[in-house]
Design a protein. Sequence first.
Length: 90
Amino acid sequence: LVLVLIVTILGCNALSGGYGIAIAAVGMLSTLGVTLATDAYGPIADNAGGIAEMAELEERVRDTTDALDALGNTTAATGKGFAIGSAVLT
């Protein structure tokens, strides 16, 4: 990821100077709505798993919520990558 960001910064700088870097940063920030939505998915899935466990639902329900929680962790990690990348560009 770091190498990709370095190549992006150098490429934008070579093509358009500081303006190109600024446009790349705004392009990454334009995905902010989707990034926030994916970050919010993880805690919601985790809460669903906790509710299923406290309600003593069937094991298959807990298995499903565990799979959704794992997906939520993955989307949160992806969202953090976008946040770090846009912070580096700005």
